[in-house]
Design a protein around this ligand. Sequence first.
Ligand code: TRP
Length: 477
Amino acid sequence: MGISGTGSVAGTARDGWSSRTAFILAAIGSAVGLGNLWRFPAEAGANGGGAFVVFYIGCVLLIGLPILLSETLIGRHGQASAPESVRRVALQSKASPAWGLLADLGVLGSFLILSFYCVVGGWVLYYVGIFAVDVVQSGPFGGAFESMSAEEIEALLPDLFANGPLMVGLDALFLGITLYFVAKGVSGGIEWVAKWMMPAFFVLLVAITIYSAVGGAFEETVAYLFTFEWDKLTGPVMLAALGQAFFSLSLGLACMITYGSYVGRSVNLAGTSTIVAGADTAVALIAGLCLFPIVFAAGLPANAGPGLMFQTLPHAFQSMPGGPLVGLLFFVMVAVAALTSSVSLLEPPVAWMIDRFRIVRPVSTGIVAAGAMVLGALSALSFNTMGWFHPLGFIPLFEGQGMFDVLDGLTAKLFMPIGAILTAIFVGWIADRRLVDSENGLGGILHLFWLLLVRFLCPLALLGILIAGLFPDLFGG
Ligand code: TRP
């Protein structure tokens, strides 16, 4: 079997993106998700606004983008599932195939994130549902949930948490939709969703942002997000920004290696990586400009963290004209973004299973999704009873945490930084230089700059988040 892209299941040509644009849309679809719409504004709000945002942009440019290029180039060269791609590059570089473990870890990490990402996807579907009901019951143009008190609106989320069967059902629904598209394959399923959903997403995002800028507290938002105050740039804020940049760009977990493996030879990876990172960052910033004006106009606080989108925002829609309709469109937009990301979390384990065990795609997809469903149900139920399920509770890092928090912490604090550090070392120091040079699409001074970042800055900065994540006390966080 050569490296030119044939035969992942014996005898059949390997599936792949039908064009460069398809790859860019799918990769943006992977990157743009709950991370941008839910996690970014929540993190920015909880970490003081401007300082976080500026540092975040620096992290994307200097650390995220070089790693994104590194991951896609491994995949494109390997033309196989992520672990197999790393092994092929290692063997051609006369290095140990054990480097493939970095992507095995990533495949496992993707699977773990998938399991709880779909739980949150289920919450989003729930909000789509309750806003749709509100549109029908009280018409699209008044305020949202007019007959409810602020406390009742904010209680919608804890009420959902208290309803275990409903949460598990919504998780299954979201996972089922994800499964459907991944089972249909790369060009026929994943690409199809990206091609239709991403343009729809952008239209909704722009429309709602204009609505929000006109009707909400836009100036206050701009001041909040872009006023840079040095003294707010503390250790925990920097780490939160770096972690967020990684999560948002889908890095460290074999996801972009897998997507890169479906890219044709003629595509310039440096160019596409820059477009993907740029679009992802733009969407995160626009999401801030879309959400905060509505929140500020209602006189609500920015620092509600995870509750910002699911509690503060629905409350804020109460005082906006057209609240029910815009709220509905907002959560539809979030659902669309989450779906194009969840397919990218399901694909790495599926591709691995197809490669490793020669099991056909629909069956592989079903097996992985079934596993994610079991773990997801445990996550969902860990909210219900406030974390009765403490699988790793004996480890100090996870003391007293439910399944959801354990999986979130495990992936964000261990898997992602470790995967990314190993990727940087592998591409920067281990892989054959000619191989890397011929794949990365960079020339001259830019190439040198990229190499310096991948060799030195990326591993060191990432080691920083790893240590800080494991020993928060060191950083006063
Ligand atoms: N980037 C996605 C988001 O912002 C989430 C995601 C998809 C992801 N694939 C990933 C995160 C791989 C880490 C690794 O919502």
